[in-house]
Write a protein that binds this ligand. Structure first.
Ligand code: ADP
Ligand code: MG
Length: 255
C-alpha cells in the first residue's frame, strides 16, 4: 500500500533522510519512531508529495507520488505537523472546505463531512469556531480533514503531540478504530512519534529512524519476545548508529 524506495533528502550538507526503503501492507499500523531531528517529518512530507525527494521513489496505492500525484494524493489522508486550521471557520465549515479541495463530488460532500465528524466524535462541536476549541479537539479536526475523502492511507505526523493524557487516549483510540475498520474502510496508517510508549500503544510494527537512516524495522511483538524492553533495544540501536558514525569519521580522518 505504501512503498518507499531508497528515499533520500538532502538540504545542502544536511542529510535529513538517507536511502530509506520499506513496504507497508494494507491494514498495517506502523510507527515511525525517532528523536527530534531524526527525519520523520521530512520522510512523511516526501511520502505525501509535499516535498520532492533528492533521490528515490514513493508509491502510494500503486501510484508514484511524483509521476501520478493526483491519483496518489487521492489515496492519502495527511495530518501535517502543524495542520493549517483556520481559527475563524466552524468545524463543519472547515471539514466541508477540505472535502471540496480534495475533490469529493458536491452531492457526496454532505455525507462525507457527516461521516468524518462522526468518526472523530466532533458532532457536538460541528458549529463551533475552531479557534475556541481545546487542543485535543483541534487535533481531531486535523484528523477529520485527513479522512474526509475516505483515503485508504493515513499519514499522521505526531498526532498526539501537545495533548494531555486523556486527549492522548482519545486520539489513540480513534487511530485504532480507523485502522481496524473492515474492507473498504480499513486504513493503512503511518504515524510518527518521538515517544516510545506511543508506538507500543498504537502500532504493530515500528520503524526506528536514527539520523535519517532506518535503524530497525520489525513487528513490536518480535522485538519484545525475548523479554527485552523496547527502550533498551532502541537505546542500543541509537548508540550503535552513532558509534558507527564516529568510526566512519575517524576512518575518514585517518585517510
Ligand atoms: N527546510 C529545511 N532546511 C534545512 N534543514 C531542514 C529542513 N527541514 C528539516 N531540516 C533538517 O532535517 C533534519 C530532519 O528534520 P525533521 O524531518 O523535521 O525531523 P523529525 O520530524 O524527525 O523531528 C533535521 O536536522 C532538520 O534540521
Ligand atoms: Mg517532525
Amino acid at each position: 500500500m505504501i512503498e518507499a524506495r531508497e528515499l533520500s533528502k538532502r538540504y545542502g550538507d544536511i542529510v535529513a533522510v538517507d536511502r530509506v526503503s520499506f513496504s507497508i501492507e494494507r491494514g498495517e499500523v506502523v510507527g515511525f519512531l525517532g528523536p527530534n531531528g531524526a527525519g520523520k517529518t521530512t520522510m512523511m512530507r516526501m511520502l505525501t508529495g509535499f516535498l520532492p525527494p533528492t533521490d528515490g521513489e514513493a508509491i502510494i496505492a500503486g501510484h508514484d507520488i511524483f509521476e501520478d500525484p493526483l491519483a496518489a494524493r487521492r489515496a492519502i489522508g495527511y495530518l501535517p505537523e502543524t495542520p493549517p486550521l483556520y481559527p475563524e471557520m466552524t468545524v463543519a465549515g472547515y471539514v466541508e472546505y477540505a472535502a471540496r479541495i480534495k475533490d469529493v463530488p458536491r452531492r457526496e460532500r454532505r455525507a462525507a463531512v457527516d461521516r468524518a465528524l462522526e468518526r472523530c466524535a466532533l458532532r457536538d462541536v460541528a458549529l463551533r469556531v475552531i479557534g475556541t476549541l481545546s487542543k485535543g479537539y483541534r487535533q481531531r479536526v486535523g484528523i477529520a480533514q485527513a479522512i474526509v475523502h475516505d483515503p485508504p492511507v493515513l499519514i499522521l505526523d505526531e498526532p498526539t503531540v501537545g495533548l494531555d493524557p486523556l486527549q492522548i487516549r482519545e486520539i489513540r483510540d480513534l487511530i485504532g478504530e480507523l485502522a481496524s475498520g473492515q474492507g473498504e474502510h480499513q486504513h493503512t496508517v503511518i504515524l510518527s512519534t518521538h515517544i516510545l510508549a506511543e508506538v507500543s500503544a498504537i502500532c504493530r510494527r515500528v520503524i526506528l529512524i536514527v539520523e535519517g537512516r532506518k535503524a530497525v524495522d520489525a513487528p513490536i511483538d518480535e522485538l519484545t519476545r525475548d523479554g527485552h524492553g523496547l527502550e533498551e533495544l532502541f537505546a542500543r540501536e541509537a548508540t550503535r548508529d552513532l558509534a558507527a558514525d564516529a568510526a566512519a569519521a575517524a576512518a575518514e580522518g585517518a585517510r
